[in-house]
Design a protein around this ligand. Structure first.
Ligand code: NDP
Length: 446
């Protein structure tokens, strides 16, 4: 690493708009060129970018009211207005602006992110749960005043198109911004010099406008809370279609997904130590993922249950699936909390009894409790929960199982990415941990 002139340092400091504290490390955190490509390098990144929107549209068309299956060949509309709608555009932009305004409301604690390469720690306002409660209450108010909230169902396709367009435009804007960002603000993984690759993976680590953190905002607000709004609109639609027949499966699914989103926002601070925040830059991958992929593919099971109301599960089946979902949620929450508590204070009363091994960085790695069972117990819980969501849809079609299948691939890939990073961070200690905890996600299997 190379020291930088003090004058440059202060200029860069002023770019952070005072939203940081901590001191510059002597090495000044210069970000080196990215040495190793992920996702198959520029070609892989290009193919992923080209295929993700296709998958989102495919899932929409392959699973409609008429039919839902991989062999189903729907008749695609050629009318532009079926895909793009100005009113929908306005609603979407209004929604993002509403969430941005809530993000800026000065309530909730200020949390510090993990130290950046230059020693600084960004500050974040933690008011996500408030935004969630206000959003759900606003949805209730709109329903009360008879606003047709089912527009989210009726114009799902234009909402999808607009969200994709917004995510692409945002990726372009943040990439342009990143080109003028100081070196220390770049993401270690997205500084290859290849435009396609850096655009995809994210060139700048934490793009900000003043104290407005674009990445944390996108990770937790418009798309994630939007997912809940879509689910709720689907419940309204299903109940309106069959008022005498409450959609129990859809209600249970929605409850579980709302709990999952509410949990993410209640424990919002935990996002600050995730790979997305500390390692990945903000580029197409996260912009598209947060704004288009999450709200329009994670709602697939709910959409299936609205369109296929004949999917009836016995009360016993529903209760069994709900219990499985709660088990998944419990593993997910307990393991994430255990690690967070340990990272915050290894001597805390809830984690002091756990065994851990030292590393050369001063941090320790847990080898008992949840993190002694497998190396990613939180992924295990998340996957069980994901599976439970699809089980509500029965077994008539494989398409509603897209989410757990895709999620398993994502988390297995993520486990390998994390292992490579931990090996680099902790060296010998990581190898020792892997020997003591041989399985990554599924005990005795993987
Ligand atoms: P983790 O929360 O598993 O974080 C991995 C980090 O934890 C490692 O880099 C290391 O960081 C630390 N760590 C690993 N092993 C140990 C140990 N034995 N003891 C102490 N610390 C350890 O990964 P993610 O950030 O990928 O996931 C966070 C959550 O988000 C998960 O529950 C995941 O399921 C969920 N998720 C959900 C997605 C969705 O689309 N719904 C997408 C991606 C993730 P360090 O040592 O530096 O602290």
């Amino acid at each position: 690493m190379q020291a930088r002139p003090a004058a440059h340092m202060s200029a860069e400091g002023s770019r952070d708009n005072g939203a940081t504290d901590g001191t510059m490390s002597p090495a000044n955190g210069r970000v080196p060129k990215t040495a190793n490509y992920e996702f198959g390098g520029p070609i892989g990144a290009f193919l992923v970018m080209a295929s993700l929107p296709v998958v989102v549209y495919y899932l929409y068309f392959a699973c409609s009211k008429e039919s839902c299956g991989i062999t189903y060949k729907p008749a695609l509309s050629t009318r532009l207005e079926d895909y793009f709608d100005w009113e929908v555009n306005l609603i979407l932009l209004g929604w993002i602006a509403f969430q941005a305004a809530l993000y800026m409301v000065p309530v909730g604690k200020i949390a510090k992110g993990l130290p950046l390469r230059n020693g600084r720690r960004l500050q974040y306002r933690m008011n996500g749960f408030m935004a969630f409660v206000v959003s759900v209450t606003s949805f209730g108010a709109l329903l009360f005043f008879k606003y047709p909230v089912t527009i989210l169902y009726d114009k799902f396709l234009p909402f999808m198109t607009s969200s994709i367009i917004v995510s692409v435009i945002l990726s372009i804007l943040v990439y342009i911004k990143a080109r003028t960002a100081p070196n220390h603000a770049l993401a270690t993984g997205g500084n290859s010099g290849n435009i396609i690759y850096d655009f995809f993976i994210g060139h700048e680590l934490n793009p900000r406008l003043g104290s407005f953190d674009i990445k944390v905002f996108c990770e937790l607000r418009p798309g994630l809370i939007g997912w809940v709004m879509i689910d709720l609109a689907f419940v309204v639609k299903a109940w309106a279609d069959f008022p005498d027949n409450p959609p129990w499966g859809l209600l249970a699914l929605t409850f579980s997904q709302v709990l999952y989103v509410a949990d993410s926002l209640w424990y919002e601070e935990c996002v600050l130590s995730t790979m997305d925040i500390i390692h990945d830059g903000f580029g197409f991958m996260l912009s598209f993922g947060d704004l288009a992929w999450v709200p329009f593919t994670y709602t697939l099971q709910a959409r299936y249950l609205v369109d296929h109301s004949e999917t009836t599960e016995s009360k016993f089946c529903l209760l069994t699936i709900a219990a499985l979902g709660l088990l998944g949620y419990y593993i997910f929450r307990a393991s994430n909390s255990q690690k967070n508590e340990f990272r915050q204070n290894p001597n805390g009363s809830k984690v002091a009894h756990l065994q851990s091994i030292p590393t050369s960085t001063g941090k320790r790695l847990l080898v008992s409790g949840w993190w002694g069972l497998v190396r990613h117990p939180n992924y295990l819980g998340d996957l069980i929960l994901a599976l439970s969501w699809s089980l509500y849809c029965g077994f008539d079609s494989i398409i509603p199982y897209f989410y757990p299948i895709y999620f398993m691939i994502l988390l297995v890939h993520r486990a390998y990415r994390d292992a490579a990073m931990c090996k680099e961070k902790y060296g010998e200690a990581w190898e020792q941990y892997c020997k003591r905890v041989p399985y990554q996600i599924f005990p005795l299997i993987f």
